[in-house]
Ligand binder design. Structure first.
Ligand code: CAA
Length: 291
């Protein structure tokens, strides 16, 4: 199947990154959100990140302009239906994602492939609520999307081979690498990464280390580019908690229980960088540890 036009639902940090890389690879992109403010913020983030790539000599100004010209934005979900491939990148809540697919269904072309950028929710369950489980799969990018090489491709129980091949070809055109994962809670990357982040929060909760010493230990002692608490703030603490809950519920194993301190930060609305406060406070010149 020849994919040319891609719909992206959700203009948050994942959605704007996905629109960015798709447009740069030559696809026409329709970016949708329920908030005009989110769409405006996404376009300015995309422009800033493309310009950053141009200033590093990775792309030229003509490519920046062409990529921006390929992106249109809309508040109307129906506009996303008339595309070859839809990537849903809305909030990591199953009820939200289900409602989006339900509202979108009457507007789809017969051949449109539906995918979700979910980091943990069952693809098979999301697919089963649509009219096309065979043309539904997981298309999971890593943050920051323009920089990270990996895309996880997750087949639901009903996903057909043509759908998988079409999505695989898109990943190749992006110049990224696809890893195929089975549809079990949190797939591969988050099945391994989130328990590590959760354990870092337990390490903080139990007083084994401070925010600074935990992050420094993993950066300097394990060569991670970011410490686990800094990374949690970068991903979003609400997303980290949602993924731990999916692991805990889906695998029914207490080793995945979310740390109460992670829950407390989320209850406080301290969700990390996006709310300017998480394990670090980002409101000043430099991030300051909150514990
Ligand atoms: N768009 C375009 N380019 C970007 C960018 C963006 N949004 N963010 C960073 N870059 C580029 C920079 O321009 C820079 O380019 P050069 O190498 O050409 O100089 C490069 O990326 C590195 O950036 P910086 O120099 O600003 O900063 P850094 O060296 O500290 O790296 C980082 C930043 C790439 C984010 C690095 O810290 C890192 O790899 N962190 C870990 C990220 C990670 O683990 N992501 C996965 C999260 S899990 C996930 O996403 C799955 C999920 O479902 C939750």
């Amino acid at each position: 199947m020849d994919i040319q036009k891609i719909g992206v639902i959700g203009a948050g940090q994942m959605g704007n990154g996905i629109a960015h890389v798709m447009a740069l690879a030559g696809y026409d992109v329709v970016l949708n959100d329920i908030s005009q403010q989110a769409l405006d913020a996404a376009l300015s983030a995309i422009q800033k990140n493309l310009t950053r790539q141009a200033s590093k000599g990775k792309i030229d100004q003509a490519e920046v302009d062409a990529a921006l010209a390929r992106i249109s934005t809309t508040l109307t979900l129906a506009d996303v239906g008339k595309t070859d491939l839809v990537i849903e990148a809305a909030t990591e809540r199953e009820t939200v994602k289900q409602a989006i697919f339900e509202d979108l269904q009457p507007h789809l072309l017969p051949h449109t492939i539906l995918t979700s950028n979910t980091s943990s929710i069952s693809i098979t369950r999301l697919a089963s609520r649509t009219d096309r489980p065979e043309r539904f799969m997981g298309f999971h990018f890593m943050n920051p999307v323009p920089v990270m090489q990996l895309v996880e491709l997750i087949r639901g129980i009903a996903t057909d081979e043509a759908t998988f091949s079409a999505c695989h070809a898109v990943v190749e055109k992006l110049g990224k690498t696809a890893a195929s994962a089975e549809d079990f809670p949190a797939f591969i990357v988050n099945r391994i990464l989130m328990p590590m982040i959760n354990e870092a929060v337990y390490t903080l909760y139990e007083g084994v280390g401070s925010v600074k010493s935990i992050d420094e230990s993993m950066k300097l002692g394990a060569n991670h580019p970011m410490g686990p608490l800094e990374l949690a703030d970068f991903i979003g603490l609400d997303t980290c908690l949602a993924i731990m809950n999916v692991l805990h519920d889906g695998l029914a194993d207490t080793k995945y229980r979310p740390c109460p301190l992670l829950t407390k930060y989320v209850e406080a609305g301290w969700l990390g960088r996006k709310t300017q406060r998480g394990f670090y406070d980002y409101r000043g010149e430099v991030p300051v540890p909150t514990r």
